[in-house]
Write a protein that binds this ligand. Sequence first.
Ligand code: GAR
Length: 198
Amino acid sequence: MNLGVLVSGTGTNLQALLDAEARGELGAARIAIVISNNPGAAALARATAAGKPALAIDHRGLARMAFEDLLIAGLREVELVVLAGFMRVLTPHFLDRFAGRVINTHPSLLPAFPGMDAPGQAIAAGAKESGVTVHVVDASVDGGPVLAQVAVPVVAGDTAETLHLRIQAAEHVLLPRIVREIADGRIVLASPGPPRAE
Ligand code: GAR
C-alpha cells in the first residue's frame, strides 16, 4: 500500500513512520512520497535523508483548488494519505479524490480541542488529561470518524510545549500502528478501488 505523507513542519511523526518502515513494522505499507506546503519544513530533509521522494508545493499565492490539484498530481500513485502535522485544511475537492482514505493525527482527545494549538487549549482549559487522536479526515476541521485515541496526563507545571512533547511521544507509537493496521486490513477504510473519475 503506497502512502503519501503530508507535512508542514518538524516532521517527528513522519520520522516515526520512516523508522517504523525501516524496522519492517509498517506491514504492507510503504512511504511512496512526502509532500509539504512549506518549502522550509525540516520534515522534507527527513524524507530525503531516508531516501524518499520529497516535494514542496508552496500554497502561498495559489488558489485552494489549484494547490489541491498539485497535491493530487503529486499523490497519483498513492492509496492512503497520512496527514502528519499538515497545517492546511483540505476541501472535498481533494478529499473526494481519496474517498475516505485520508487520515490525520491530532494532539488532543477529539472532539475536545480541535484546531490550532490543541496542547495550549488543553492547558488553558485546565484539563487533567489530553492525548492523541488518529481519525479519518472529512470536510470538518478535526471532526472525522475516530480510529484510535490514547490519553496522556497533564502534569503540574506543564506548559503547552511540555504537554505537546508528551503527546507526541504517544503519537509516534499510535500513528505507525494505525497505518500498519490499515495496510494489513485490520482497520477497513473506504474501498481502495480506482479513483473516482474527475
Ligand atoms: C503533531 O503533534 C500533530 O499532531 C500536530 O502537529 C504536530 C506536528 O509535529 N497536528 C495538528 O495539530 C493538526 N491539527 P511533527 O511535525 O513533529 O510531526
